[in-house]
Design a protein. Structure first.
Length: 307
């Protein structure tokens, strides 16, 4: 009996030790196999198996890959060269450190992306060359709040997001360039040059993705919903959110990437310009003929008077 009791005690001790090493990843619910390592909760990201540090945000590339795996079941002018993500969710290729690979493919179709994983070229075949992962240096998150009788206090709104983004999303406050308000739209400007970003710092692309998911009601945090409270009043946000990206090198889209509606507008404008030029030329020609005829008649009258 003694050997059996010893074995049972050993199993209990092993189970207790294993339980002590288990942890919960509060900053990412799309993980598995979480263990404490030197006081840090580390887990395997679903879909890639890459180990993530739960003390900070997980990269957007790994989050998108995990989401694909688990779901296979304004009025303000945009900056020059700013563009939206029109492709939505896809299964990305990630480097071992979690960043996007510069070239992404879906079967025989490939394209180049920026550090936010957003397509910045037309789609081509597998021969496409993406020489570098172009950095996104400026991200604008456009949020809309629900209809209300009075507008929000601009300074209170700015203060809330200037404090919330560093606290909730672990982003250094110096990268929150501005928060502006155009009732009912809230614009959050995140700027981060590669020369400014230190190793280990959270990337603005990851923050924008977390914010987008928070607003849409699909938070990546385990048990931590975003509550927007301005001047002690809870503000309801609509799920519609737009994110614009500005890269350090302008995107390379051709006319083929334009939507049929936009192409039709361009064609109409060109036709209108050409028609205007034609009318102007014809008008000037008619005016010229009229002037010539008038001069000829005056000369004939002058000769008649002198006869």
């Amino acid at each position: 009996m003694e050997p059996l009791r010893g074995a049972a005690l050993l199993l209990l001790l092993c189970a207790a030790a294993s339980a002590q090493n288990e942890c919960v990843c509060e900053n990412n619910k799309r993980v598995t196999d979480c263990k404490l390592s030197n006081g840090v909760c580390q887990c395997s990201s679903i879909g890639s198996g890459i180990t993530v540090n739960c003390n900070t945000l997980t990269s957007k590339c790994l989050l998108m890959k995990a989401e694909v795996k688990s779901t296979k079941s304004g009025r303000r002018e945009k900056p020059k060269d700013a563009f939206e993500d029109t492709d939505g969710l896809y299964d990305p290729e990630c480097e071992n450190n979690g960043v996007f690979k510069a070239k992404q493919c879906n079967g025989t179709t490939c394209w180049c992306v920026n550090t936010a994983g957003v397509r910045r070229t037309d789609k081509h075949d597998t021969d496409l060359k993406c020489n570098q992962l172009v950095r996104t240096t400026w991200i604008i998150v456009k949020i809309k709040h629900a209809e209300r009788e009075t507008p929000l206090n601009t300074e209170s709104l700015k203060k809330f997001f200037k404090e919330t983004i560093p606290n909730r999303y672990k982003l250094n406050g110096r990268y929150v360039a501005d928060v502006t308000y155009e009732n009912p739209y809230i614009f959050i400007d995140l700027k981060q040059n590669s020369s400014d970003k230190s190793a280990g710092e959270v990337d603005i692309a990851d923050v924008a993705y977390y914010v987008e998911k928070d607003v849409k009601g699909d938070s990546i945090f385990l048990n931590n919903r975003l509550n927007v409270s301005i001047d002690n009043e809870v503000v309801q946000l609509e799920k519609a959110v737009a994110v614009y990206y500005v890269d350090e090198i302008a995107p390379e889209f051709s006319m083929k990437s334009l939507t049929p509606g936009l192409i039709a507008v361009i064609v109409i404008v060109i036709i209108a310009i050409v028609a205007g030029i034609v009318v102007l030329v014809l008008t000037r020609r008619k005016k010229g003929k009229y002037v010539k005829a008038e001069v000829k008649e005056m000369n004939e009258m002058h000769r008649g008077l002198n006869a």
